[in-house]
Write a protein that binds this ligand. Structure first.
Ligand SMILES: Nc1nc2c(ncn2[C@@H]2O[C@H](COP(=O)(O)OP(=O)(O)OP(=O)(O)O)[C@@H](O)[C@H]2O)c(=O)[nH]1
Ligand SMILES: [Mg+2]
Length: 257
């Protein structure tokens, strides 16, 4: 939990730095505008209008643009559970079976609502409970979908959950993704968000760290991209459960016959 807190405060730090940079660029801009105004009355302008516009655009970008954090990982690494813990609300569906069916963007909104974006360009707004219940992979269909390399919702591109959380108000967008290496079709669905994010949070599981499939995904899709990738090893409690209790003579006897 303390790591989650420090991660959250790092993100807050990013937001602060962006605002500080924007303030400094604004000061530079004000100097240039003043210099141009003075120059116009004296020896003539330096024609810095284009540069001033560029600075203005950078400034707006720093103040208003989003920081998109994509959470990736093989199936059932605890991606959705981790994001729910990070934001402190159970927004994303999670389950012991393959569950997340769609890339799902979590972003700030004054009202709680979910918008489902379809591949034909249309969208539909639904409430959170309906999203959690409808847009998941049902346990009985997971195997068939995997065998046929099919998507649970072939007409849907992604979903966006808007929620009034202070953490998200700072411009942070967190993207949950379906488990990788499950089906190629699902990998493809996630890939467009790899191209369009600022950083990746890649989850491993402590009891099964870095499988061949994970190595393959990292090499094929993330290596060589100009992306910041954070690695998280999740579910340490499962390691603890597997340890031998030195106080338990029966466990000791079975472990060291
Ligand atoms: N013991 C333990 N269980 C966890 C932990 N994190 C998640 N889980 C459980 O692992 C299961 C899978 O969690 P999800 O959050 O659905 O995993 P996911 O990676 O989002 O799964 P997909 O989206 O289907 O790929 C759930 O039953 C969670 O309760 C953890 O740190 N420890
Ligand atoms: Mg999930």
């Amino acid at each position: 939990m303390s790591q989650e807190r420090s991660f959250t405060s790092n993100l807050e730090q990013v937001s602060l730095v962006r605002h500080e940079l924007a303030n400094q660029i604004e000061e530079m801009m004000a100097l240039l505008i003043e210099a141009e105004a003075k120059g116009e009355k004296a020896s003539g302008k330096l024609s810095l209008d284009r540069e001033i516009k560029q600075l203005q655009a950078t400034c707006n970008n720093l103040r208003h643009s989003k920081f998109r954090l994509l959470v990736l990982g093989d199936m059932k690494r605890g991606k959705s559970t981790f994001i729910n813990a990070l934001v402190g609300e159970k927004l994303l569906p999670s389950d012991v079976n393959p569950c997340t069916a769609l890339p799902t963007i979590l972003r700030y909104g004054a009202e709680k609502q979910v918008t489902v974006y379809f591949k034909d360009g249309s969208s539909r707004t639904i409430d959170l409970a309906k999203f959690q219940q409808k847009y998941t992979i049902k346990p009985n269909e997971a195997k068939v979908l995997a065998e046929r390399n099919q998507l649970a919702f072939p007409n849907v591109d992604y979903a966006a959950i808007e929620y009034p959380l202070p953490l998200l108000k700072k411009g942070l967008e967190i993207i949950d993704s379906p488990g990788l290496n499950d089906t190629e079709a699902r990998n493809e669905l996630t890939l467009q968000h790899v191209y369009n994010c600022h950083a990746v949070l890649f989850l491993f599981k402590a009891v099964q760290p870095c499988t061949l499939n994970e190595r393959r995904y990292l090499k094929n899709y993330l290596l060589g991209r100009d992306l910041t990738v954070f690695f998280i090893i999740n579910a340490w409690d499962e390691i603890k459960q597997g340890l031998v209790d030195p106080e338990d003579s029966e466990e000791l006897r079975l472990a060291y016959p």
